[in-house]
Write a protein that binds this ligand. Structure first.
Ligand code: ADP
Ligand code: MG
Length: 314
């Protein structure tokens, strides 16, 4: 199959058709309409085989996750996803692999009404780079830099589950629930609805891709504040705790939950708004004037943090 056959057969039918796409795949570039009262929100993430996922990861999961990691970035900005571009580098035209990859990508894209409107197809070591674009009402994007002293800190779900899934994938851990942790690694849920609701309440937000401490650290740095976390308030699976304790959970990446801050005066309204949408978040700490990040253990003592999280160039 040629590059053009691959595009025609597989890549030009990913996600849901949209009325705001005026030029789709097949021209030199795509053309879309953006409403005058909204702003474009753009993100790109690249996944390299052997770096971002084990080489034997199922193709369906790679397709799904290449999009999830980007949708998660849009979620953290409070944006509604609309379009994607898929740049894929393949070692060969393995049709079964490509079909499974597209099926994972398409399933998630269709779930959010997103359309893949272009991309690039090349040969080389397996690498997938997805660009997503979405929109927010003008001036309403969530950012990392709005956290204020006294704001409450929340996360949207378990921290460390995907990390334990990775341990399972590498054969370093197994248990009766291995499958569900692998599922959290391979098919993380992008918290898009959550981000949309939080737009009206959160002072800052980030998605947890490199580990809770590392990512919350970015919010603190950008906002010029510190934080205190109550370890026992952080949702962590019993399996994760017995495998590596809080140190493992706080440094583990790939969960794609949101971590966000909310001013005291808006907490009640925010929790009500989440409940109305069938969503939950867990309050795990507070923003402090004292710089740095302090973790308080169940016994009230300060927990010494061992490792911060993943850094490609560390
Ligand atoms: P050009 O040489 O002008 O860059 P290409 O041959 O790379 O054009 O692409 C032709 C069309 O197919 C373009 O609309 C491009 O966006 C689209 N396309 C190429 N690869 C992919 C892909 N992997 N997924 C989606 N669309 C793709
Ligand atoms: Mg091209």
């Amino acid at each position: 199959m040629s590059e053009f056959d691959l595009i025609r057969t597989y890549f030009n039918r990913l996600g849901s058709p949209r009325a705001d796409v005026s030029i789709d795949i097949g021209d030199d570039a795509a053309v879309v309409d953006v409403a005058a009262d909204r702003q474009l929100v753009l993100a790109v993430d690249t996944m390299v085989a052997g770096v971002h996922f084990p080489v034997d990861t199922p193709a369906d999961a790679i397709g799904y996750k290449a999009l999830t990691v980007n949708l998660s970035d849009l979620a953290a900005m409070g944006a509604e996803p609309a379009w994607a571009l898929l740049a894929i580098t393949l070692p060969s035209a393995d049709i079964d692999w490509i079909e499974a990859f597209c099926s994972g990508f398409h399933r998630l894209a269709a779930q959010f009404g997103l359309r893949c409107i272009g991309g690039d197809t090349t040969r080389g070591p397996l690498t997938i780079s997805v660009t997503v674009a979405g929109t927010v009402p003008r001036g309403h994007a969530l950012t990392r830099r709005g956290a204020k002293v006294g704001d409450a800190i929340y996360v949207t779900g378990n921290i460390g589950d995907a990390g334990l899934g990775l341990e399972a994938a590498f054969g370093r851990w197994s248990g009766p629930n291995s499958k569900s942790f692998l599922q959290r690694l391979y098919y993380p849920t992008p918290r898009v609805e959550m981000g949309r609701v939080l737009r009206d309440y959160a002072s800052a937000a980030i998605d947890v891709s490199d580990g809770l401490l590392a990512d919350l650290g970015h919010v603190l740095h950008a906002s010029g504040v510190g934080a205190r976390l109550e370890l026992t308030a952080i949702p962590v699976s019993a399996e994760v705790l017995s495998h590596g304790g809080y140190d493992f959970a706080l440094a583990a990446g790939d969960d794609y939950e949101l971590c966000f801050t909310v001013p005291k005066a808006k907490q009640r309204a925010m929790e009500n708004a989440l409940a109305q949408n069938g969503l939950v978040a867990y309050r795990i700490g507070e923003i402090t004037a004292a710089q740095g990040l302090k973790c308080i253990a169940g016994n009230g003592e300060i927990h010494q943090i061992k490792s911060i999280g993943y850094n490609h160039f560390a």
